[in-house]
Design a protein around this ligand. Structure first.
Ligand SMILES: O=C(O)[C@@H](CO)OP(=O)(O)O
Ligand SMILES: [Mg+2]
Length: 415
């Protein structure tokens, strides 16, 4: 066993919103792994708890020693055993004692240390040698909702995916071309636009949802024509954020419109038809499996209906969603469930049931590049990780390097 753990170090670092998060180093006798945990703003209510009550500081004062005393001497490659030990140390169902962000950073750092101990890149160590597919980048172009200020659209994320790109370099540069084009198109609608950006680097326009949808589609067409391949629009509606359970309505504050569940089904279906949406995430509240199922039945052939807050990377919720035929795609965020083992469990279940797994960043990120490797190792056809900004390009540029390193890489199959 080359990967025996000799030391575990936990430190407090900054995330992209300026909030504290944890970074973990795991040292083996001939390897080293470092990973940091991200944080969400529009979190699902059934995610594991990010940090114990005392926050990151408590992790440093109380938890670091507990973890290192258990992990030192274990093999970093025994990821399942490490994850089990972390859950035992925590002892709760939702990781609230030591925090899911703590466990996920340890879990990912251990996997990276194991990979280095065997002199392999992480994607190869976890995924094996037959892994050849590069995920398409689902890039964030404009921000609203919880990732922006007031006056922005209610829809949280206006996304694009360059489904016709031939390689990763072509794909990421197509996305930034759209990002640039959108700045021009926003300025035409709002001459006072200052170029402000949201948490994930998308523009924050002071325009209505409909206006944003229009220019998103226009930018995809124009840039797609110029580059000579198809770029499709997508959305993360993050609908739980504007669902009013007392009224039983989705409240679109920017447009001054309220929609009940039936109206919401019709509205989203209409958006998919009108704008040829390739992807719609969380079109309903996180508890509304029925609304999801109704929409999925209507549009699954042409659009990926994806559950993020709905499933929170939890295999039990996904199993229920499969029974209910709620969605045909799932967002995979390791810190929603707290360990790599549980993340993989959910990915496996998704793939066995033809549900597309999409590995994703959080709105609060660090320059950690681990999810780029996870997306490749898990065979995820898409990765959602922004388009610009240091903490976003850390993942995209890593995918460019991975593609260069592979012997016969090919873009993933999206259909
Ligand atoms: O809703 C989402 O999908 C994410 C990332 O884009 O946001 P957050 O990390 O705030 O949950
Ligand atoms: Mg989401």
């Amino acid at each position: 066993m080359d990967s025996v753990i000799e030391d575990v170090r936990v430190r407090k670092i900054l995330d992209s919103r300026g909030n504290p998060t944890v970074e973990v180093d795991i040292i083996t006798w001939n390897g080293f792994g470092r990973a940091a945990a991200p944080s969400g703003a529009s979190t699902g209510s059934r995610e594991v708890v990010s940090f114990p009550e005392g926050g990151v500081s408590q992790v440093i004062t109380d938890v670091e020693d507990l973890i290192s005393s258990e992990l030192i001497g274990m093999a970093a490659e025994d990821i399942e055993d490490i994850d089990e030990v972390l859950k035992e140390i925590d002892g709760t169902d939702n990781l609230s004692a030591i925090g899911g962000n703590t466990t996920v950073a340890v879990s990912m750092a251990a996997a990276k240390a194991a990979a280095m101990s065997y002199n392999l890149p992480l994607y190869n160590f976890l995924g094996g040698n037959f892994i050849k597919e590069i995920p398409y980048p689902l890039g964030n172009m404009m921000n609203g909702g919880a990732h922006a200020g007031s006056n922005a659209p209610d829809i949280q994320e206006f996304l694009v995916v360059p489904i016709g790109a031939n390689d990763m370099v072509e794909a990421v540069f197509a996305n930034v071309e759209i990002h640039k084009r959108l700045k021009e198109l926003i300025t035409k609608k709002d001459p006072n636009f200052t170029g402000g950006k949201g948490d994930e680097g998308g523009w924050i326009p002071n325009i209505t949802n409909d206006q944003a949808l229009e220019i998103q589609a226009q930018a995809c067409e124009e840039v797609g024509d110029e580059l000579g391949f198809i770029i499709k629009p997508g959305l993360d509606m993050a609908s739980s954020e504007f669902w009013n359970s007392e009224e039983g309505k989705y409240v679109y504050g920017q447009d001054g419109i309220k929609r009940d569940i039936g109206d919401q089904v019709d509205y989203v279906k209409d958006l998919i038809d009108t704008y040829h949406m390739f992807y719609v995430e969380d079109p309903f509240d996180e508890r509304d499996f029925e609304g999801f199922a109704e929409l999925t039945a209507k549009v699954a052939k042409k659009c990926h209906i994806c559950g993020d807050d709905l499933f929170v990377t939890n295999s039990e919720l996904l199993a229920y969603g499969i029974e209910e035929k709620a969605a045909n795609a799932i967002i995979i965020k390791p810190n929603q469930i707290g360990t790599l083992t549980d993340t993989y469990e959910t990915v496996k279940l998704a793939k066995e049931n033809d549900i597309m797994p999409i590995v994703s960043h959080r709105s609060g990120e660090t320059c950690d590049e681990t999810i780029a490797h996870l997306a490749v190792a898990f065979g995820a056809p898409m990765i959602k990780t922004g388009a610009i900004g240091g903490e976003r390009i850390a993942k995209l540029n890593e995918l460019i390097r991975i593609e260069e390193e592979m012997s016969n890489p090919r873009m993933a199959n999206l259909f």
